[in-house]
Ligand binder design. Structure first.
Ligand code: AHR
Length: 501
């Protein structure tokens, strides 16, 4: 059996775990909005057309902030199409996903949904086909209390009080050649700076996210961040990172270690941000908004995209409906560990996405809503990662991966809010259990310990329509606490959250 030993001490911290670390993402894409969160006529839908069963699951998931309305979609979106009487709203082509956008759900409806879910809105503006003018008009419409034609329009559309949206994304993945209005770093940097200044003239309280790279493997990665920040450093608060992972060619060991890649990505962006800070002689610190991350079988999507034709623009087609396995959930748990371990610089993160589209929650029209395997590490971490992220002194055996070489067999993160300590553990070994000890003696006497997580004899087991509850949270009964030392045996390919109080 492999082994790992962790030492934790309340004096050695990383930084506060900001609640926005557990954000989600809703894009107008496939069956995410229509036939996902919104399905008038479904037995569980309210008069507003939103499914109550989905709202309950989103609440249980514990998403704190929700990025909206895209994604690639936002780069062709006209926000004005989504406000006013629903019957008068135009149907439009959505070029990003080769679909028809009906605009039945727009800003007002989505905010109403978020009010029920209990999450904060993070709004993206279109810097693909539009610019500062439309962005500042949207800020005025959303955030100015009263007294102008646009605020009167908002009131007439049902919201007397401003939306009060704080977090805004300055476009989406503008480094990507697939993006409508894709630009080079110079041009985007200038546009983002101009737009940020204009938006802040309307509302100086805004927190702004400038686009970083859409993945670490982009050829422009690194230079993109440097150039964009040289133009925008004093205008923005965060730079975005996006990363998706998939198991390739049966290489489970490398896939499980995807957190190693995420660590390197975050650390490279932090280095670049701080380099620009030095160049600018600035006192201001810019943090990361990791506003798209997940497991995504992108190679399957590439196949699907090839079938699009000029005469077929469906409403809410089934797109990107990945069905997640236990191995996917364990990998996602490893990515959460990476985010918590960078809580000092990752201010906000958005699991991409929430419902039906590469999502922890699935629905069938007229049918059930259920939790995918990936639901569990997210909901457990959002629930248990409270207070301050702790430094983890890790002494562990290694396991060999084709992509990353030898990596610690266990990935670990820990948090404490004083009353309790939570430890998040991923066993990356594909065949062996790992015996873990955690020295918690510096925390003083503790009485209770519990451990729950995801693992299965079949690492490719899934929840789907045939069996929506095949995989669930399991309790690890091997956990024990004696003289300030926690011991636990982790099954192979597993993710576990341990709470000690
Ligand atoms: O999340 C799916 C897509 O992935 C988003 O629309 C885009 O921003 C990214 O490439």
């Amino acid at each position: 059996m492999a082994r790992a030993h962790l030492t934790l001490n309340p004096a050695f911290t990383i930084g506060p775990v900001r609640r926005r670390l557990f954000g989600g993402f809703v894009e107008h894409l496939g069956r995410h909005v229509y036939d996902g969160i919104h399905e008038p006529g479904h037995p569980s839908a309210g008069p507003d057309g939103f499914r109550r069963d989905v709202i309950e699951l989103v609440r249980e998931l514990g998403v704190t902030t929700v990025r909206y309305p895209g994604g690639n979609f936002v780069s062709g979106y006209h926000w004005e199409d989504g406000v006013g009487p629903v019957a008068e709203r135009p149907r439009r082509l959505d070029l990003a996903w080769h679909s028809t956008e009906t605009n039945e759900v727009g800003l007002h409806e989505f905010q109403d949904w978020l009010d029920q879910v209990g999450s904060e809105l993070m709004l993206a503006v279109n810097l693909g086909t539009r610019g500062p003018k439309e962005a500042l008009e949207l800020v005025e419409y959303a955030n100015v209390p009263a007294g102008t034609a646009r605020t009167a329009q908002r009131a007439a559309n049902g919201r007397q009080e401003p939306f009060g949206i704080t977090m805004w994304c300055l476009g989406n993945e503008m480094d990507g050649p697939w993006q409508l209005g894709h630009r080079n770093a110079e041009d985007y940097g200038k546009l983002a700076s101009m737009t940020a200044k204009a938006m802040r003239q309307v509302d100086p309280r805004l927190e702004l996210v400038v686009c970083g790279s859409s993945s670490r493997s982009m050829p422009t990665f690194g230079e993109w961040e440097r150039i964009v920040l040289e133009h925008t450093y004093e205008d923005v608060d965060y730079i975005s990172c996006h990363a998706y992972y998939e198991e390739r060619e049966g290489d489970l060991a490398s896939f499980l270690a995807s957190g190693v890649d995420m660590d390197a990505f975050i650390e490279a962006v932090v280095a670049t941000v701080d380099h620009v800070r030095a160049l600018k002689r600035s006192d201001k610190r810019i943090d990361i908004s990791f506003d798209e991350w997940n497991v995504w079988y992108l190679s399957r999507w590439a196949e699907q995209a090839r079938t699009f034709t000029i005469d077929d623009w469906p409403v809410a087609p089934r797109l990107l409906e990945d069905v997640y396995s236990v191995a996917d959930a364990v990998t996602l748990g490893g990515l959460l560990i990476s985010l918590v371990n960078h809580a000092d610089r990752v201010a906000s993160a958005s699991l991409a996405q929430l419902v039906n589209v590469i999502a922890p929650i699935m629905t069938e029209p007229g049918g059930p809503a259920w939790r995918q395997t990936t639901f569990f590490p997210f909901s457990e971490t959002s629930r248990a990662a409270r207070g301050t992220a702790l430094q983890v002194a890790l002494d562990a055996d290694t396991t060999t991966t084709a992509r990353f070489g030898a990596v610690p067999v266990v990935a670990a993160a820990a948090t404490s809010d004083g009353a309790s300590v939570s430890v998040f553990l991923q066993n990356r070994h594909t065949t062996e259990a790992t015996s873990v000890t955690v020295d918690l003696s510096a925390f003083g006497p503790r009485r209770t310990v519990s451990a729950r997580g995801v693992w299965d004899e079949d690492v490719y087991a899934v929840n789907d329509l045939r069996d929506t509850e095949r995989v669930g949270l399991r309790t690890n009964d091997t956990v024990a606490l004696s003289d300030g030392v926690l011991t636990i045996e982790l099954p192979p390919v597993s993710w576990t959250a341990v709470t000690v109080a």
